[in-house]
Design a protein around this ligand. Sequence first.
Ligand SMILES: [Zn+2]
Length: 290
Amino acid sequence: MNKALGIDIGGTKISYALVDNNGEIKSEIKKVATPRTKEEIIKVLKDAILEYENEIEFVAIATAGAVNNENTKVIGSTANLPSGYKDIDFQSLSSKKVFIENDANAAAWAEYRIGASRNCKNSVMLTLGTGVGGGIILNGKLLKGKSGAAGEMHFMMSRKQERKCTCGAYDCFEAYASGNGLKQTAIEIFEDETITTYDVIEKATKNDKKAILTLKTWQNDIALGVLGLNNIFDADCFVLSGSMEKFVDAEEIENFVNSKTVTTPTKIYHAKAGNYAGMIGAVVLANELL
Ligand SMILES: [Zn+2]
């Protein structure tokens, strides 16, 4: 089985490992804190590639930020990565072919090939973390849009202008469904500016009524967004991933969406491809496209 080097570049860490074409990790997973300059990031990537270059067929990178349709260049904003990151010429880092894809798209592909949405030709993955990532697969293909940037979960949930979103607009789905959204909901319900998502989770385990209401309200906001997405995409399934997904009840969301949708019933699954779905999906997708 041919192997590739899979690399996941996030705002806090860079992880890499050998991955085979079936998406199985074949080496130790190495992790480095993401450096604060473009030059240092290039050095980390070069060192990682040098370590494995003789054993691999290609390099596949899952990165924060939108990636062009040629899978060669980061084109979108990457607020959590240093300025200049977009200018990195990834192909120049290796003598082998270098393929890059947005991390949410890559993870969605891993779920489609080996994980929760296996065989769902029409699926939407929502990564619930600090923000919300989106990966949309339509008719068995990643939805990339004209430039490669499609799948951003910024659409309006309310016109009250209550929550300024990371994109600059107000009241986007992301401003409600994300970890930050949960925190904002908690601040409103507890009327306490200092409350954290950690406090909410902790209090909910002790049956605190406000904490439970906070989680229910947050989950309901997620369900409203999923309902809208199902009305647009008529998806076979949705996959929930990311650090916050374990705090939502997929079955409750599924029941809500299916009771209200104007298309057809869908399925809501928790992600299965694991913490390294990004690098796995990048390798599997690259293997299919290169
Ligand atoms: Zn937004």
